[in-house]
Design a protein around this ligand. Structure first.
Ligand code: GTQ
Length: 359
């Protein structure tokens, strides 16, 4: 019998008087809990594969628009909560928070800043904007807007129809670390610059002749038209490339756009089925255009436009385009920057454990 299969002593085997004495002194014996803290080969995960269809969310979000004025909500959001963690925890995975936010024409969600990092993936509607650090970022379908840790941000809406977007935050991690808090501010003065225009093309960046910009987050808006064009260009240039995927990065450093969560756009060619190896981070898939089946952990979800699902870490995942004639475009958020920084990032090409230190 391998050592890891040896049954260990239980709490019940210990005399009650001994247990009581330990409790009084805030002491706990390790061995009854050792296997659940350090399970064999694969971590225990509370994150369960979960699917949120947009067509079910939208009417309830619109109802929230009637029930709760923006002044009473500040952020009018329905949280996409993973039942594996318990709905009250309001988390999609251990580090990812997801919310669907509604802003009605003329509404304003006042300026604040907070320790968690956030991004917005615009789902529908035109005319809304998020001002981040003084830069007004227009919001159109598929655009990714960063509101990184500590930067002031507020949302407004000059259009005529409701605008809805998906919020992705590392709030569960910040909350767990006991570093989550916010500050309220005044309406921001806007600058001339607009979040993406200085970095409009890949491969060239502004040259700071008169000193560096010195900004940790130089690019705040990633238009969908550009990300989509990059994917199509990549797919055409490399017809044999299996995973047609781009990562949203900081164009000055080449590093992930934010510190903790990673953001990607992935294109499935017409009829394509793509199997991604099991990797340690949990991942969120959100359909920007087209329809795809996401299968992992014995479950499968058909994502149609604006549907979202969450897949726990350490699960091989198969993505299948449900159309034989149109590409499908997915937005992917995952915990990979966090795992890499912590040294726990792992790919299991053959589903076998491979501790990071061995590779
Ligand atoms: O828009 O600033 O879903 O502060 C949760 C917290 C959105 C926001 C959320 C937030 C925001």
């Amino acid at each position: 019998m391998a050592a890891e299969d040896q049954p260990l002593g239980t709490l019940e085997e210990l005399p009650q008087s001994y247990r009581d004495e330990l409790r009084k002194l805030n002491l706990v014996p390790l061995w009854p809990s050792l296997r659940s803290l350090l399970p064999p080969k694969v971590p225990a995960r509370q994150t369960s594969p979960t699917y949120w269809p947009y067509q079910s969310i939208k009417p309830l979000l619109m109802q929230a628009g009637d029930l709760t004025p923006i002044e009473k909500a500040e952020r009018r959001v329905l949280v996409l909560a993973n039942p594996g963690h318990g709905l009250e925890k309001m988390q999609a995975s251990s580090a990812i928070y997801l919310g669907m936010q509604l802003l009605l024409p003329g509404e304003w969600a006042p300026s604040h800043r907070h320790t968690p990092n956030a991004v917005r993936m615009v789902v529908e509607g035109e005319g809304a904007w998020t001002t981040v650090d003084g830069e007004r970022c227009q919001m159109s379908r598929g655009d990714l807007i960063l509101t990184p840790t500590g930067l002031w941000h507020e949302h407004g809406h000059d259009g005529s129809d409701p605008v809805i977007w998906l919020d992705v935050l590392d709030l569960p991690l910040a909350h767990y670390l006991e570093v989550s808090y916010h500050l309220n501010g005044d309406r921001q003065n806007t600058k001339q610059s607009q979040g993406n225009r200085a970095y409009a093309r890949a491969g060239v960046v502004p040259t700071p002749v008169f000193g560096r910009s010195g900004r940790r987050y130089p690019m705040l808006r990633y238009p969908w038209t550009d990300a989509r064009a990059a994917l199509q260009s990549l797919a055409e240039d490399q017809p044999d490339l299996e995973a047609v995927q781009v990562t949203y990065i900081n164009p000055e450093t080449g590093e992930d756009a934010e510190n903790i969560l990673g953001f990607h756009a992935l294109m499935l060619r017409p009829g394509q089925t793509l199997t991604l190896p099991a990797r340690s981070p949990a991942a969120v898939y959100h359909a920007i255009e087209g329809a795809a089946r996401v299968a992992a952990g014995g479950q499968g979800f058909d994502l149609r436009s604006a549907d979202t699902c969450c897949i726990p870490g350490y699960c091989a995942t198969t993505l299948a385009n449900l159309s034989g004639s149109e590409p499908a475009f997915l937005f992917v958020a995952d915990e990979s920057p966090l795992h890499r920084k912590l040294g726990v990032y792992e790919i299991r090409a053959d589903e076998q454990p491979s501790m990071p230190s061995q590779s």
